[in-house]
Design a protein around this ligand. Structure first.
Ligand SMILES: [Cu+2]
Length: 138
């Protein structure tokens, strides 16, 4: 399934769950734990990747869910200035959010922290990925 079609599925599911929501749609990007490279982005139930590009409509609320075994601080590296809500995702299942009110191209990365204590000694394969996300807002 392509990234675009899975995003449409997420948006459709959100619309069904909240039928009265009219302004824009919503999508969730999970930072999921992976054996190779430790962590990747995952849009909805899409394929995990360390370099993700998505296209959303103006007004979309994007939710970041940190399901990794380490903290991630969400960092906007380029694009029109955004307000990031709770960007310091420093516990299991922490959520950060932002809403794209202006069209443009936005880029993000994360600054990972140390593994949570309960996962100390947890082994993964290869170097940890540096995550890169591009969001095109139309
Ligand atoms: Cu990780």
């Amino acid at each position: 399934m392509s990234i675009k079609s899975s995003l449409v599925c997420v948006a459709a599911a959100a619309a069904i769950a909240v039928p009265s929501a009219s302004a824009g749609s919503a999508a969730t990007i999970t930072i999921s734990h992976q054996m190779k490279g430790c962590h990747m982005w995952q849009l909805g139930n899409g394929k995990p990747t360390p370099n993700l590009t998505v296209t959303v409509k103006t007004g979309t609320a994007l939710r970041f869910l940190n399901d990794d075994i380490m903290p991630h601080k969400l960092i906007q590296s380029s694009g029109p200035k955004l307000t990031l809500v709770r960007p310091n995702m420093n516990r299991l299942s922490a959520v950060a959010t932002t809403t794209f009110t202006r069209s443009g191209t936005y880029r993000f990365t994360t600054k990972p922290g140390e593994d949570y204590k309960m996962f100390a000694g947890h082994k993964t394969i290869g170097d940890d990925y540096v995550l890169h996300l591009t969001v095109h807002v139309k």
